[in-house]
Design a binder for this molecule. Structure first.
Ligand SMILES: [Zn+2]
Ligand SMILES: [Zn+2]
Length: 303
């Protein structure tokens, strides 16, 4: 019922390679679907993985590099061809609005309202909120202004203890208020305190998306204690110098961030097209942070 999942639609860095598409992810929090970055071919993955187009309401874009944005125009026009009418909102760099609108000037109107919200990539800041989640921007250190995103589930209601409903014959219509913390009054006037009727909710979960970035410990406080950390791992140790020059990270550096942040799990992505087999990346990261996985196109992780 309280779903929190991340699905990887594209896990390649820079260019597609070996069946890996450029960066794109879907975050599902209690059946609300958020897209994160939209590399070329995102809509092909949506079709392949049978994602329901209409459920995607919001897109978060980390930066203006092509491997993170070239899928947007195809996604939007296909949504329109699929007769979408509900609004679609894109959070991202301030330049993104003119980049998209310029293309739409040539390719025609959309059937649905398209909204842009510009994100300041230099600040850790709450940028989005709805009934189930909060999203924060995370400043990263890349060759152009870039931010990651922290998805936080909102605190869930308390859980009813089933036997207490029977014991006190609590009518169904009182249960939502009790889950929100209300006491219950018996017909004789006796008050049953909330803590006798309910159990505390499970801890609210979180997911941090950190792409693209050079190694920077400045992000550690922002992702501290996160349940799942996605950190780009473009290179192995052997190509550490390229990582420095292109302002990307090695798998070992991604793991060092996970360790310092005390993350529960690390998932690596944004792999360089030079690697057909990714075992070296995984091995190097695991030496530092054992609970590490490789993102693979199509993989879904439940938090
Ligand atoms: Zn990239
Ligand atoms: Zn980039």
């Amino acid at each position: 019922m309280f779903k929190f999942e991340v699905q990887f639609l594209g896990t390649s860095g820079a260019v597609p390679a070996y069946g890996r598409f450029p960066c794109c992810q879907l975050v599902n929090i209690q059946e609300r679907l958020y897209m994160v970055d939209c590399g070329e071919g995102a809509q092909m993955r949506i079709a392949e993985y049978q994602v329901k187009w209409g459920k995607i309401g919001t897109l978060f874009i980390s930066h203006m590099h092509g491997d993170h944005i070239y899928g947007i125009i195809g996604l939007l026009t296909s949504m329109s061809l699929n007769r979408r009418t509900q609004p679609f909102t894109i959070y991202g760099p301030s330049e993104l609005e003119s980049f998209i609108k310029h293309q739409l000037n040539f390719s025609g109107e959309l059937l649905f309202p398209l909204q842009f919200q510009s994100v300041d990539p230099t600040k850790y800041k709450k940028i989005y909120e709805d009934e189930v989640s909060l999203v924060y921007s995370i400043p990263l250190n890349h060759s152009i202004p870039t931010c990651g995103f922290l998805f936080k589930e909102k605190e869930r209601p308390r859980n009813m203890i089933a036997e207490k409903i029977k014991q006190y014959e609590i009518p169904y219509q009182y249960i939502p208020a009790i889950k929100d913390g209300a006491n219950f009054q018996l017909p004789d006037g006796e008050i049953i305190p909330n803590k006798e009727l309910t159990k505390p909710p499970l801890k609210a979960r979180s997911y941090a998306f950190c792409s693209d970035t050079a190694y920077t410990e400045a992000i550690v406080p922002f992702v501290s204690g996160v349940d799942l950390l996605y950190h780009e791992a473009t290179f192995t140790d052997e190509h550490k110098q390229q990582a420095i020059e292109t302002m990307h990270s090695t798998a070992r550096q991604a793991a060092a961030i996970a360790l310092q942040a005390n993350a529960k799990q690390l998932i690596l992505g944004h792999f360089s097209s030079r690697y057909k087999i990714l075992d070296a990346l995984l091995g190097e990261a695991k030496e530092v942070f054992f609970d590490t996985k490789l993102a693979i196109d199509g993989l879904t992780i439940s938090i």
